[in-house]
Design a protein around this ligand. Structure first.
Ligand SMILES: Nc1ncnc2c1ncn2[C@@H]1O[C@H](COP(=O)(O)OP(=O)(O)OP(=O)(O)O)[C@@H](O)[C@H]1O
Length: 318
């Protein structure tokens, strides 16, 4: 087996498994990808973060050989998508935004069908194992049409794992899911990583990238404008904030004077925000100070930086 970019750090081999160099792609006159380069290390999770229409799906399709680039090179384990498509496709699964689940079939039948199409031995056993793994055993014999959005996405992911691929590509795996289903899917993705798989996912959610990824690439205006670990990205976006609302302006002013040692901003006559260098600890300290001063906020909430905040930071830096 050939590898790209094999290096050794402290006795451990670090292997670049996905390599993308200077990719360009336009649709007619619209340039979608100007010049995209990235690499993904074997056994890690890479999150490609970007807004609607930034070109995430286009890049994913190019890396997986579903779409041809205008210029540049991509490879998976040194197989070039345009020259070695068949060999390369054995290595990965691709879970697109549009589900491949067949509504007329049950969850079990969907999995068996895929296993048979891929000439997997013992398709029923494979289907049952995946149903267990993705907590779908109780719904195994229900038609997929009756599945919730979260169950359907889990089934879709299970189907993509038939054949045990080394690399899993997921295009916006949790878009449209409710928070509970999103959490379930995140758990499934973490398990895949623990099982040693390399995962390349696209997302619009900074939080998703933060929770799952080892490395994040931020795609904007056809380029990766920032790359880094979740911690580095979050530093770029700024800290969490505590928003405190009071019943009266007097209370707000009193609170502000007691909290003068913090990084405060006045939103309006009754609302303050406080930057939180260490979210939990700082919130506890602030509430303790207010309690000591007998000032009770009318309401409070912690907000985390959003993709918009990262955008704003990156725009500032541009
Ligand atoms: N086959 C195509 N023909 C013409 N334009 C296309 C085609 N595929 C994508 N585009 C355009 O390329 C741009 C990027 O689309 P893409 O689907 O890659 O973005 P995305 O970041 O995945 O967006 P989303 O988060 O909405 O899925 C969009 O403006 C889209 O309309």
């Amino acid at each position: 087996m050939r590898y790209v970019g094999l290096t050794t750090i402290g006795g451990n081999h670090i292997t670049t498994i996905i390599n993308v160099q200077n990719i360009q792609k336009s649709f007619k006159k619209q340039t979608v990808l100007k010049d995209v380069s990235l690499s993904v290390t074997e056994g890690t999770v890479y999150a490609l973060l970007g807004a609607n229409g930034s070109g995430k799906t286009t890049l994913l399709k190019i890396i997986t050989g579903l779409l041809k680039q205008d210029a540049g090179i991509t490879s998976i384990k040194n197989w070039d998508a345009n020259k070695n498509a068949r060999a390369m496709q054995q290595l990965f699964s691709y879970s697109a935004q549009a589900s491949t689940v067949d509504d007329i079939l049950t969850g079990f039948e969907n999995l068996v069908l895929i296993a048979k199409l891929r000439h997997i031995q013992n398709p029923k056993q494979v289907a049952n194992d995946l149903l267990t793994e993705f907590k779908l055993t109780d719904a195994a014999n229900k038609r997929a049409a009756a599945y919730s959005g979260g169950m359907r996405r889990r089934l879709d992911l299970a189907m993509s794992l038939v054949g045990n691929p080394e690399i899993v590509f997921l295009d916006e795996p949790t878009t449209g899911l409710d928070p509970a289903s999103r959490n379930d899917l995140w758990d499934s993705i973490r398990k895949l990583k623990k099982a040693g798989k390399t995962i390349f996912l696209t997302t619009q959610y900074l939080k998703e990238a933060d929770l799952l990824a080892d490395e994040i690439g931020f795609l904007r205006d056809g380029e990766i404008v920032e790359t880094g670990t979740p911690a580095q990205m979050k530093r770029l976006a700024g800290p969490d904030k505590l928003q405190l609302s009071f019943k009266t302006e007097t209370e707000q002013l009193q609170a502000a004077s007691h909290l003068s040692g913090f990084d405060l901003q006045t939103v309006n006559d009754v609302t303050l925000t406080v930057k939180l260098p260490d979210t939990v600890q700082t919130v506890m300290t602030i509430l303790t100070i207010l309690q000591g001063a007998e000032i009770k906020p009318d309401s409070f909430q912690v907000t985390s930086p959003t993709l918009d905040d990262v955008f704003m930071q990156l725009t500032k830096g541009a």
